[in-house]
Design a protein around this ligand. Structure first.
Ligand SMILES: Nc1nc2c(ncn2[C@@H]2O[C@H](COP(=O)(O)OP(=O)(O)OP(=O)(O)O)[C@@H](O)[C@H]2O)c(=O)[nH]1
Ligand SMILES: [Mg+2]
Length: 327
């Protein structure tokens, strides 16, 4: 594989090369990993710095429909839009790829858009790594907006928030008591709440829900990275393509404010630090789990501890020393 040629093709915006490169970074094979690292290294100085937008919401809230109509609007304005998905449940992603093919029909045929569904890996850590690297590849290929979609369960939202500039929460119209079910931690991550399906019979409920969320957002502690009127809640209809330009205007205003006040760059710097620490941790754990000598040592020391031949403390110290991480 000619990595230099590969990098040139990606820089030229060749979608097939981009797709192949993402397949490369998804691979767990050691030689692929080395090639992926070399490729990312070659592209590290690429000028493309996209606006990275995280999008989360529970199943069925309308994420795919929103990505389709929002993506079409953005490409219509001259943007190049890449869509990546982080889906922690590999069992589900098979189904959602099929669903997304029909729900993102126009966008998937759009020459200014690139859609990449979830990888089949099930380990969230691996998915997060490949998504983060895929973002760099998309930027190098000239995409100026990268949407990262995740389904609103568990840790995946935190991971997406840690690799995006803006974090958008898509919500459905709800009864008043349902609102309390939304986890506080997720509300605290949101930069913008979009209450979707504000159309037809659901419109009044959507407006009530919006006002409930707006109230809830005001009760949260103010974050330094927000101008006074953020985070906000607004109504949209992905299906009827209503409110999308308002949503985009809010995102741009927030990004602009953060750029001017230095919060944008500060957040990126913090994210780089976060992922560096994560990768080091992962590397150490991988060694513990996959290095045959280390595994044998773990097993032997574990047996000794179980038999009462050595103490937990002594065995731990010995193991950490073997890992080069003496306590
Ligand atoms: N009325 C109305 N229905 C919508 C709207 N957006 C999405 N839907 C419908 O809601 C259903 C789910 O939409 P999806 O876009 O597949 O939702 P999703 O969040 O991607 O779902 P998962 O991929 O399963 O997590 C579909 O039947 C859509 O047609 C909207 O703005 N208004
Ligand atoms: Mg979907």
């Amino acid at each position: 594989m000619d990595i230099e040629d590969f990098a040139t093709r990606i820089r030229a915006g060749e979608r097939r090369a981009l797709a192949r490169a993402i397949t490369l970074i998804e691979s767990g094979r050691a030689d692929h990993r080395a090639a992926a690292r070399a490729l990312l290294d070659l592209l590290a100085d690429a000028p493309g710095q996209a606006l990275r937008i995280g999008l989360s919401g529970t199943p069925g809230v309308g994420k795919s429909t929103f990505v389709e109509s929002f993506g079409m609007m953005l490409t219509g304005q001259g943007h190049k839009v890449a869509v990546l998905a982080v889906d922690p449940s590999s069992a589900r992603s098979g189904g959602s790829i099929l669903g997304d093919k029909t729900r993102m029909e126009r966008l998937s045929r759009n020459p200014d858009a690139f859609i990449r569904p979830s990888p089949s890996q099930s380990a969230l850590g691996g998915v997060a790594r490949r998504t983060r690297e895929a973002v760099s590849l998309c930027e190098a290929a000239g995409f100026d907006i990268v949407l990262i979609e995740t389904v609103g369960v568990g840790q995946s939202e935190t991971m997406v928030a840690e690799m995006t500039d803006l974090f958008i929460l898509l919500m459905a119209p709800a009864g008043g008591d349902e609102l309390q079910g939304v986890k506080r931690g997720i509300m605290e991550m949101a930069d913008l709440i979009l209450v979707n399906k504000a159309d037809g019979d659901l419109k009044p409920a959507a407006e009530r829900t919006r006002s409930d969320y707006a109230g809830a957002l005001r009760l949260l502690r103010r974050r330094p990275q927000d101008p006074p009127d953020f985070p906000k809640a607004i109504c949209v209809s992905a299906l009827q393509e209503a409110g999308l330009s308002d949503a985009w205007a809010e995102m741009q205003a927030l990004a602009q404010w953060r750029r001017e006040t230095g919060h944008f760059e500060a957040r990126r710097a913090e994210q780089a630090r976060y992922w560096f620490a994560e990768e080091v941790r992962r590397g150490l754990l991988a060694r513990l789990d996959h290095d045959p000598a280390m595994r044998a040592r773990m097993a032997a020391l574990g047996a000794q501890v179980a038999a009462g031949e050595t103490s937990v403390e002594r065995a731990t110290a010995e193991m950490l020393t073997a890992l080069g991480a003496a306590p």
